[in-house]
Write a protein that binds this ligand. Structure first.
Ligand code: BTN
Length: 235
């Protein structure tokens, strides 16, 4: 495994995407990102004290792209289990792949495919106290426990856990993985909105289904969603 460390870079995911000689589990770690990216084209506020890293996973030709659509969920579970090894708190999994604690976002995950590789980018709020524009919706481990952490410990524990969970996934253990994810399902029974490019639905979230879709009950009828941004209905 090659490790590329940066005091500052635009984005660890973009660094790996640009890299010509890609190798599986190449790992890029940054203290600060100047153009951190989130899902759906959002900016990822990337301040000192976060664990910010990306790594490469080689596409396995024996696994279909449909199967790979579950990779963000597998990664989410791996991050949840990894950070639980650092601090055993009641972390929740928010579909599709955020980690929440105390109703606030602790971690975001961005999975992208570039040719023969997936670039998996992870940002976890660890030692950063100031959360700026997202302070009402996000939290950090230090703000929750008052302790500070060794960022490398977090990164290598999460990576180790990813390898374990990905191995289970490749060995046909998806149903067991899904059961674990559903046992931490943050959205379950919550009134939610899901917004797409030109639509919004309102309903009650249920389990995550076997194909990775979120079950939502809308006017007494179960429907399944595989895309969209989820918002919790307030009040
Ligand atoms: C999200 O919740 O929208 C996903 C956020 C992913 C952020 C991480 S930080 C490391 C890697 N580099 C990036 O530019 N993004 C990911």
């Amino acid at each position: 495994m090659r490790i590329f460390r940066f005091d500052e870079i635009d984005s660890t995911s973009d660094f790996l995407k640009r890299k010509e000689d890609k190798q599986e589990f190449d790992l890029a770690v940054a203290k600060v990102q100047t153009k951190g990216r989130g899902r759906r084209g959002n900016t990822w506020v990337s301040s000192q004290g976060m664990a910010m890293f990306s790594f490469l996973l080689k596409v396995d030709k024996n696994i279909s792209l449909e199967e790979y659509s579950k990779l963000p969920l597998v990664t989410g579970l791996a991050v949840l289990k990894g950070i639980s090894r650092i601090e055993n708190l009641d972390f929740k999994f928010k579909w599709t792949n955020d980690i929440y604690f105390n109703d606030k976002k602790l971690c975001g995950i961005l999975v992208e495919k570039v040719g023969e590789f997936f670039v998996i980018g992870i940002g976890i709020n660890i030692n950063n106290r100031e959360l700026g524009t997202v302070e009402n919706t996000a939290t950090s481990l230090i703000n929750e426990t008052g302790k500070s952490y060794i960022i490398d410990d977090v990164i290598f524990t999460v990576l180790d856990e990813f390898k374990k969970q990905y191995k289970r996934f490749c060995c046909g253990e998806w149903n067991l993985i899904l059961t674990e994810i559903n046992s931490r399902n943050y959205l379950k029974n919550k009134e939610i909105y899901i917004t797409g490019s030109s639509w919004t639905i309102l309903g009650q979230a249920g389990d995550i289904a076997s194909d990775g879709c979120l079950e939502v009950e809308i006017n007494g009828k179960k429907e399944f969603f595989n895309i969209g941004e989820v918002h919790i209905k307030k009040g």
